[in-house]
Design a protein around this ligand. Structure first.
Ligand code: DC
Length: 231
């Protein structure tokens, strides 16, 4: 639709709040591009693990980042954009607990954040995007037109993530899911560089008691208000 106003929508929040579900649905409704910024940190972590990078050493991190190429490509079968690490589709392996256990540590590294944020900003240049993560409304796009901060009760988030991981791997236990989620929330919100926090102008969406449809309706109402296309 030529000439139509396009905006940037950011969705930040705690782990397993359903950010990506909402972001994908909004992108579909608005015909926008969806970018999963967490996938970038996960893919970098996967590279570090596979190549035995000692990420406590700055030099190793800097050298490793030079070898990493990240691209999102649309998959006609899954109907979503999927992340590629050096041309390999890693969209599914990065969801593994092995990666989840280390990703918050890697995402707290200054050089890693600078690397990811630079690419995220480039992707947002044409606007018309929905990007989810932890620092999108605060650091990546502080001037975004619509910022959503998502939250839900911890017990509900653990239950949701457990169901998702259990389907893929029946050996998954609720304890390991709880430990991982609490650890990630703690590291993500206490790191020095761009910690997870609500941007002052973000709208809070607590979906503890909302259905997917209800949360989408609410978020789309906010988007239409920002787009000036009414209710
Ligand atoms: O959204 P996710 O669970 O896939 O994110 C994986 C990790 O990446 C998460 O624990 C924190 C980190 N992350 C981040 O620090 N900043 C972002 N913008 C997105 C994710």
């Amino acid at each position: 639709m030529k000439g139509k106003k396009k905006i940037i929508i950011t969705i930040d929040g705690w782990s397993s709040c359903g950010k990506s579900t909402l972001a994908k649905q909004m992108a579909r409704e608005l015909n926008y591009v969806y970018i999963d910024s967490g996938a970038m940190y996960r893919a970098i972590t996967l590279y570090f693990l596979r190549n035995h990078i000692d990420w406590t050493r700055h030099k190793q991190v800097e050298e490793a980042l030079k070898q990493i190429d990240l691209q999102f490509d649309y998959n006609e079968n899954s109907l979503q954009s999927e992340i590629h690490l050096n041309q390999e589709n890693v969209e599914y392996v990065i969801r593994d607990l092995v990666v989840a256990e280390k990703v918050s540590e890697v995402a707290a590294i200054k050089e890693v954040r600078a690397f990811a944020v630079e690419q995220q900003r480039k992707m947002g240049k044409p606007k018309g995007i929905v990007m989810d993560g932890r620092d999108i409304g605060t650091t990546v796009f502080p001037k975004a037109e619509l910022k959503i901060f998502m939250t839900a009760d911890t017990a509900v988030r653990i239950e949701r993530r457990f169901k998702e991981l259990f389907q893929k791997n029946p050996n998954t236990t609720i304890e390991e899911v709880r430990n991982n989620l609490e650890m990630r929330d703690y590291i993500d919100s206490h790191r020095d560089v761009s910690p997870l926090r609500k941007a002052e102008d973000a709208l809070v969406l607590d979906n503890t008691n909302l259905t997917e449809k209800e949360q989408l309706d609410l978020a789309m109402k906010w988007a239409r208000e920002k787009l000036g296309t009414g209710n």
